[in-house]
Design a protein around this ligand. Sequence first.
Ligand SMILES: [Zn+2]
Length: 533
Amino acid sequence: MGSMQHQKRNFRGAIGAILISSVFSGLLAQPKLVVQVVVDQMRAEYLIRFNDQFAKDGGFRMLLDSGFSYANTHYNYVPTYTGPGHASISTGTTPKYHGIVANDWLDSRSNYEMYCAEDTTVEPIGTVERSSKRSPKNLRALTFSDGIKLHTNKLGKSFGVSVKDRGAIFPAGHFADGAYWLDGGLHFVTSSYYEDELPGYIEKYNSREKAMLLMKKGWKLEMAARKYTNSIEDENPFEPKYNEGSSSFPYNLEAMVQLKGLSMLKNTPIGNELVLDMAELILDQEDLGQDEFTDFLGVSFSSPDYAGHTWGVRSREVHDMYLKLDAQLGQLIRRLDKKVGKGNYILYLTADHGGSENPNHLADGGYNIRNYANADVIAQLNDHIVNELDVPLNYEYAVAKIINHHIYLNDWATPYATEIAKIVEQMDPFVHVYTADEIRRPGAEALAQKLHQGYQGRFSGDLVFQLQPNAIFYGPYGSTHGTGYTYDTHVPFLMMGYGVEAGKSFKKVHITDVVDIVAERGGLPYAPNSAVE
Ligand SMILES: [Zn+2]
């Protein structure tokens, strides 16, 4: 696959050059480049909370002021996680059809625990880590970028870049020319699905060890500390003490790495900085947006998700990261203006999911809620099921695993799924527990319909559930996501550039509509498999 694609790319360069000079002149019928920006774990609420603090030349400011905003954009399925989120944005359809039902799932035929972007048939490239055996193999639908590839007869190019492999792979699609993500050593890597070796410019970038240079500088606040009034006190009991015994700025990142390992740098603005560098490098080195064959670039910023998980959605760390991301996005837009030209590209920004409050922070204010540990919940469920279920005792417990809001039962227990669902529903922190049959029922309530859109029988659990509002399966620090509540479903959808006038709408938009709305503005074909329902 790899070497064949390289040949195709070289061939493309040759005929592209001939066509540009003869055919292309005057008004563009289509944008030269489509840039899809996904911010991992970005609540739409951040655009309201941090609005006054975005810089005049910042990316969020430019998108909000000169772009178009759909302020009421929501996920229309559960569970809301990174793999399904990127797959749904990029294909314009739900997990029910594209098959990425969670970040990890159990395959009912093989009982194998699959990671969403895993592909054991490919080799890691640029790293020895087996965890880079990755491709879009599990994605069963075509992406918007695949549609653009088909539309240009593959003369347009498609690339993806992210800290996380799944954030790079799903947006770039099946016909991608390249997808790059960070390995454990914070170098950009890929797999043999795309090519047999790393491009020279990426190897050169990796050898500069920029993460190490940035680490030495530490993490300092963007503004004076007194201006961070929209986030909670810097030192608080809902954040881990990773900064030499404290959770306050400025961060000594070398000390934090000694304590927690190198991958902790992915949780800081450094992750976004590296992804920005790589987006700019790909833009230049792959000559994106330089001819009339529309190219696609997917950029996914994963660090806001790591920061949200670590410190929480109300933390000063997350607040500061968004101010820095505003500046980083501004830099990307200026680079695009210079390289591709204002109005010659269309850029849109959304998120793969939102994020919950830290429940212990809410409880501290008097609200009756707390966090739950997955293993404890499984143990309690199993004890309770043994007591309540009127069947002979079995040597195995009923619940095998809970992954991404799906309950997988051991084989003996699956005939009792309906009874077990009723038992579990009586317990904290569950409000609704459904069997597969219930969510598939015609005319099912709105929540069941959302669960149905997130479901595929072969991969999904025997039971799916909705938690009580604000309850999370997570540690005491930070935030997580996965539910069908507004805090997880409500995400930004901003766009600017080719075909986009300034404006704002509060019309409800589903995440699966995003790429088709962009296609309409850009005069491009709808995503091939979008909006099935
Ligand atoms: Zn996450």
